[in-house]
Design a protein around this ligand. Structure first.
Ligand code: IDP
Ligand code: MG
Length: 138
């Protein structure tokens, strides 16, 4: 599935009412929404989703953040989806994100950075399947 990526509009984006603006930007950038829902991760979900970071000093903070309210989870389709979406969201730290990127526009810090984007085709498939059954993908 080289043409798909997975995203979450994180709890800060939902809290601040930025979901509509971010989705508009995603659509305007040529991504097709394949699956989407508002959902809240349990601590177990977040610990599993971010397991690769479980030794990092910010892991507890990351799990608290990602579970404190609902996220908008979505699968997106476009040629070169993973790379193009990472370019659209910008650097992890919004202070380092390019002008016009979603994180530059909507993230408040390296921790609360508005949006997730898969970092490889393999992880996009794993993360999409984490949140959506095949019947929820269009
Ligand atoms: P990414 O989301 O750009 O791929 P990763 O390094 O994979 O960034 O980190 C996953 C998430 O963990 C980030 O999006 C951010 O929410 C959080 N995070 C990363 N680095 C830090 C940090 O230094 N302090 C606090 N939170 C962090
Ligand atoms: Mg990452």
């Amino acid at each position: 599935m080289t043409n798909r990526t997975f995203t979450m509009l994180k709890p800060d984006s939902v809290e601040k009412g930025n979901v509509g603006a971010i989705l508009e930007k995603i659509n305007a950038s040529g991504f097709r929404i394949v699956a989407m829902k508002l959902t809240q991760m349990t601590r177990r979900d977040a610990e599993a989703f971010y397991a690769i970071h479980n030794e990092r000093p910010f892991f507890g903070e990351l799990v608290n953040y990602m579970t404190r309210g609902p996220v908008v989870a979505a699968i997106l389709e476009k040629d070169n989806a993973v790379e193009d979406f990472r370019a659209l969201i910008g650097a992890t730290n919004p202070a380092e994100a390019a002008e016009g990127t979603i994180r530059k526009l909507y993230a408040s810090s390296i921790g609360e950075n508005a949006v997730h984007g898969s970092d490889s085709d393999e992880n996009a498939a794993i993360e999409g399947a984490f949140h959506f059954s095949s019947r929820e993908q269009f």
